[in-house]
Design a protein around this ligand. Structure first.
Ligand SMILES: Cc1cc2nc3c(=O)[nH]c(=O)nc-3n(C[C@H](O)[C@H](O)[C@H](O)COP(=O)(O)O)c2cc1C
Length: 204
């Protein structure tokens, strides 16, 4: 089992395009020795094998075993929770994670959070993080945004949620897709306060 001095980070992967961001973020959190509470939506399970070389097993225990091997994580470092696993620690405000990242975040999940739906564990965990006033980062991905998406993002932004659209910059002269992915992941890690080798601050 892991012994952590810091609280876990909750990471939810939903069915917006951008699964490579999620895998790279997960890998970076493991490399930074953070414990991760992972949730994967049904739609993300469809998108993941379309966009990456990885397929995600439906059963949390199988997903944990697969990730231990794929990431070289230690036992217990990445805990995977099912879509209706209401007994998971992230489902209760008595034990909130340090922060939660939804990467990528679909407009559907964005809307569910903005309305407080809490119909699956991802939505409930985000609702808990909001009510407990912990950090919530949404890497929303859609283009163009409709007024509904924009209103939902504005509403959440005003509540302190970090709206971080998957929108990599080109000023570092990216040479490969991996560079674009790292650009976004570095921004997330820096908002989480996690030192990381991906971050190349402007002006240094
Ligand atoms: C290949 C693929 C790409 C998708 N890309 C997006 C996207 O970029 N943004 C988005 O909001 N939804 C996208 N969707 C649709 C969502 O997966 C769908 O709305 C789903 O209900 C989201 O559910 P979830 O939030 O529970 O993951 C995509 C679906 C597929 C299959």
């Amino acid at each position: 089992m892991m012994h952590q001095s810091t609280k876990p980070i909750a990471l939810a992967i939903t069915g917006a395009s951008g699964a490579p961001y999620a895998l790279r973020l997960l890998e970076s959190l493991v490399q930074a020795n953070r414990q991760v509470y992972l949730m994967v939506s049904k739609a993300a399970q469809v998108v993941m094998p379309m966009e990456t070389a990885l397929s995600f097993p439906s059963r949390p225990a199988e997903a944990e075993a697969m990730l231990r091997e794929y990431l070289g994580a230690v036992e217990g470092q990445v805990r995977v929770f099912g879509r209706e696993q209401w007994t998971a620690p992230v489902a209760s405000g008595s034990n909130p994670p340090e922060a939660m990242v939804i990467c990528p975040c679909s407009t559907g999940t964005l809307s569910a959070i903005a309305s407080g739906a809490s119909n699956n564990l991802i939505e409930r965990a985000a609702d808990v993080v909001l009510k407990e006033q912990r950090k919530l980062i949404l890497m929303v991905r859609e283009t163009p945004f409709s007024p509904i998406h924009l209103e939902n993002m504005l509403k959440l932004s005003r509540l302190g949620v970090v709206i971080m659209p998957a929108s990599p910059g080109f000023y570092n002269r990216p040479q490969a897709v991996a560079d674009l992915v790292d650009f976004m992941v570095a921004r997330v890690l820096s908002h989480l306060g996690i030192d990381n080798p991906l971050n190349r601050p402007w002006g240094q």
